[in-house]
Design a protein around this ligand. Sequence first.
Ligand SMILES: Nc1ncnc2c1ncn2[C@@H]1O[C@H](COP(=O)(O)OP(=O)(O)OP(=O)(O)O)[C@@H](O)[C@H]1O
Length: 615
Amino acid sequence: MPIGMDQSHFLMEKLKKYDSQIQGKDERIVQLETENAMLYLRLAKLQGQFRANQEDTTHWKRMCSFEQNQRRQIVPGFSDVSKHVQSLRQELEELKLNVSSMPTNLGGLCNNVVEKVDEHSRKYKLHSSSLTDVQQKLVETESQLHDALERHAKEKKRRRELHNTLMELRGNIRVHCRVRPLLDFDRGSQDVKTLGRVGSQSEVVVHVLDDENVCIKTSKQTKAFEFERVYSPLENQDTVFEEVQPMLTSLLDGYNVCIMTYGQTGSGKTHTMLGSHSNDEYHPSKEPHKQEGIIPRAARELFSLISEKPPDTHSVEVSVVEIYNNDIRDLLSGDPNAKHDVVTASDGSLYVPTVSCKPVETVYDVMCSVQHGLQMRSESPTLVHEHSSRSHLIVTLTLTTQANYLNPVGSSGAESPAPSSARSPIDPTFAVPSTPTKDKQRRQLPPQPPPPSFSIRSRSPSPIRSMTPTLSGAIKTKLQLVDLAGSECVGMSGATGDRLRETSNINKSLSALADVLGALAEHRSHVPYRNSRVTHLLQDSIGGDAKLLVVACVSPAKRYLTESLQCLGFSQRARQVQRGPIKRKLPPAVEKIGPGDSTNRSASPRPRSAGPLRQ
Ligand SMILES: Nc1ncnc2c1ncn2[C@@H]1O[C@H](COP(=O)(O)OP(=O)(O)OP(=O)(O)O)[C@@H](O)[C@H]1O
């Protein structure tokens, strides 16, 4: 401390000095802190930049590796591309060469073309000169073709005649036999194991030996029957129709045709004629199907045959009737219970004037009518068959062949029906037997009744003609498809009351049918067509030149032994209508059924007793 200076003053001075120093230091601290903060900020910014740079680096690294990959992939392709470019260059060079040589080649080609044109024009001149020759030859060929067609038509006619002759030789009445498979309802008890077992009621006793022979074999007896065709249980509807089909050609040739199924109830008659279903369940089908029976198939065949003929020359009408308790019931009318009768016209022909006849153009139309009829048909359950038909069902397809087809102007008539020599289809008088009286009757024919809806020609046992002429000169032929009611033992069917009456009527009418066939077989002068409505109605189709096929249906089970023996005996009898006794040899173990054989007489007795079971 300077001498003379007050100590406090000195200290004050020193304090001031220190204060100013501290203030300077504080200012310096603030300055430094500010700088520090600035530096922090800078650092943060630099760190941000650093991170951004790092991301860029990663991105570019990825890009680099991607590019490297790309390059690795492209490099091999690049060599291909360069090769391709090279080959393209080569091609370009070649093309350039070609283009440069083209004018020379085109010149050569033009010369060739000109030469060829010259050559062709020379040939054309030659050809046009021979064209006239060719045309002449064409005219000649046409006339040869015409001759060939005529020859073909004649050949067709001859074949048809041969077919009809063959049919006649085979007999106008044919009998086939169909044995149905063993079915569940054939067993005696409810035990399914008894079905077909030896000794049980369902034991198989009807055996098909071959295509023509069938036998009934029991422990006590063996009886054999021969038919034109025997269908085994394995043979289906197609096979049956194959045999029936040829008969339909005869229909277009002017013959009445009748196909009927005969047999005990439940033996497969309806199955054979229509297919398997109850009357209510039947639904017509537009398309053919495997299970359908003869009626739809025959209708289909008929329309198919008609489609081959010139348009509007043939037309078809259908009627569906049943014979129930010996009464005719029109199943297409509103009132099936109305009475109908077969009437004799003044010219001697028979018809049922009150039965509905519906024009039809397709199988479907026919089958819709049949369906309608079936819904009205009498059916009731019996002990043997749940859907037993209690009436004879007759579906008649009447074919009208127009006069312009039978006798076309300027035609040789090669396509017209070719019935047997006894007939002249183009002569409208052919339907009347050529006795003077009938000729006279015909000439003096009184005004005809309105066209019968269901005409039936009267007949004698002598050969008669099937075709029925109309006033316009057209002819009518009939295809009658008959599902007969089942013959049955009253005991077995369990029928009582009304059912018993039905059964009795069914059996009576089937007896009458057997009688008619028997009378024809024995060439009796009187054929009892009128003993029953069914034979009266089918008079045109049984005997004479009409073609009749009876399919005898039998069940194979022992349970129906009596009925099967009776059915086969009846059918055997029918088969002999035109054939006479059967001479065919059968295996020695098999007993033969035929006239002259005493054992046969028991199985196939005279017509009256050969009919269905009587009560
Ligand atoms: N060949 C066959 N194949 C298969 N089943 C058949 C054959 N024949 C008949 N059936 C069956 O046998 C049963 C009786 O046949 P269907 O109705 O045809 O007898 P039906 O002789 O017409 O009897 P009904 O006279 O009582 O009317 C039916 O269920 C039918 O399906």
